[in-house]
Design a protein around this ligand. Structure first.
Ligand SMILES: [Zn+2]
Length: 482
């Protein structure tokens, strides 16, 4: 009798485990989003107002997509080989993909490719003129949404595993702004079908995708392209690359004399790919089959004087609101003109909406930040924990940050649950840098020039000082209610 009970119990447990296992399903793939240079007028993004037009395609740009589904929630994660993708475009993509309803969540993160097309309206033929080709944008939104729909209809049972490890950044990525805090946290999520065949690898590593510099005239996906191609070749499936906390400013560490070269691009992309491949056998099983997603809408004042002057660009990607949340009816050109004649008072600033998101699957936590947050706001490191042999403050820094005023922990990273953690940058929006308040020092005159001495470039590409605390508060509240 006892052995019969044990047998029945064993059968119940094993069938439960099998059904739990079977309830996580996935599909992954990629779609080419390279502009057609013969028919689509294109300006290269990145590196100030350069009016750069591409002369050819070095390697294709892709949208790489992983769709995961439990019984209740379907999550599509999209990595775009683009400089950024504004909230309006993310919302469009959600709508046309059928991901604008409960039980479906579309998470879009750009790799921050500095040699892709202008998708933000900041790099046209001359300052103040957008370089966005809206027909191109519509075309890629359509093809990405079609791919998402196709994948969503072809899900198969999978098992997930993943690992977060420190990748020593020396020779790969450096921090250009003091204090030196280089986020070394690398993660790979491995998705396999029942037969053990790779469906996808989701790879997260924080660094600006700008190995190729302003002298480059070819469209390229920069190092994430090399990285993903190699992982796809060696492991199979699709490789989705997600960038991280890259503000303040994490940029490739290149060999002197070879910087900006294709050779360096290959070296860095391959090194990170090989680190991923080496760590695949060490990945921990993610046995949970429950996907939980939460997000919070943010309401943010546009304080940056330059952003107000070029408000048309922000309006391309965001709706404007008054402080009380009602839609702003004034033309952005009129607001910009008013601002050009007399700087807008703080209470006259328009407001925009964005979002912070949290995804959890067992020991895996993904926190989505809508821009380029400084790594020290995520992992700390004001005492040198993440300087990796570099001086914490450059000896010749004419205006060093006052670290006694730096925020104390616990930091976001400390509050994130699970053993596998990803802080995704440029997630569902690109609002520029999120600068720690104690070191936000840019002047607020019309073009924010002259800048204070030292490292204060990032303030000029930030919505303003208020965004940092708004994002941190929302992220912490999502983590608290996890
Ligand atoms: Zn950037």
């Amino acid at each position: 009798m006892r052995s019969l009970k044990i047998l029945v119990l064993f059968c119940v447990l094993s069938s439960t485990a099998a059904s739990l296992h079977a309830s996580m399903r996935a599909a992954a793939g990629k779609v080419d989003i390279t502009p057609n240079l013969a028919t689509e007028k294109t300006y290269l993004a990145g590196y100030g107002f350069m009016g750069r037009t591409p002369v050819g395609v070095h390697d294709p740009l892709y949208a790489r997509i992983l769709v995961l589904s439990d019984k209740k929630e379907t999550l599509a994660i999209v990595g775009l080989d683009l400089i950024g993708f504004f909230r309006n475009q993310v919302e469009d993509l959600r709508k046309i993909s059928g991901f604008d309803r409960p039980g479906r969540y579309l998470f879009v993160a750009s790799t921050h490719d500095h040699s892709g097309p202008d998708t933000l309206g900041l790099w046209g033929p001359w300052p103040g003129v957008s370089g966005v080709n809206s027909q191109y944008l519509q075309r890629i939104e359509k093809s990405v949404s079609e791919k998402i729909k196709e994948l969503s209809q072809n899900l198969k049972p999978v098992r997930l595993s993943g690992i977060t490890k420190e990748l020593a950044p020396n020779g790969l990525c450096r921090d250009s702004r003091d204090p030196v805090v280089i986020d070394p946290y690398f993660s790979v999520i491995h998705v396999q079908d029942r037969a053990g065949k790779t469906v996808a690898n989701l790879i997260h590593w924080p660094c600006h995708a700008e190995v190729l510099n302003h002298a480059n005239k070819f469209l390229t996906a920069d190092f994430p392209g090399v990285l993903c191609n190699r992982v796809e070749q060696k492991s199979g499936g699709a490789c989705v690359f997600i960038n991280g906390p890259i503000g303040g400013l994490l940029t490739p560490e290149e060999i002197k004399g070879k910087d900006g070269s294709w050779e360096e691009n290959e070296r860095i992309g391959k090194a990170v790919a090989d680190f991923a491949l080496q760590n695949l056998p060490k990945a921990l099983p993610i046995s949970s089959s429950k996907i939980s997603v939460s997000s919070q809408t943010l309401f943010i004042p546009v304080q940056n004087s330059r952003y107000l002057l070029f408000l048309y660009s922000l309006v391309f990607g965001h709706k404007l609101f008054l402080k009380d949340g009602t839609p702003l009816k004034e033309s952005p050109y009129w607001i910009a003109l008013k601002h050009a004649f007399h700087l807008l008072k703080p209470e006259e600033s328009p407001w925009i909406k964005s979002e912070v998101s949290l995804i959890r699957i067992g020991p895996l936590t993904i926190l989505g930040i809508p821009g380029e947050i400084f790594p020290e706001l995520v992992i700390g490191g004001y005492h040198g924990r993440y300087r990796f042999g570099h001086p914490l403050i450059k000896p010749n820094n004419p205006n060093p940050p006052d670290l006694s005023k730096a925020p104390k922990g616990p930091y976001l990273w400390d509050e994130m649950p699970g053993k596998i953690k990803i802080v995704a940058g440029l997630a569902n929006d690109e609002l520029g840098y999120m600068v720690p308040g104690y070191d936000f020092k840019a002047t607020q005159d019309l073009i924010m020039e002259p800048r204070p001495k030292g490292d204060h470039y990032e303030e000029t590409n930030s919505v303003g000082p208020a965004i940092t605390d708004i994002v941190l508060k929302a992220a912490k509240s999502l983590l608290k209610n996890k």
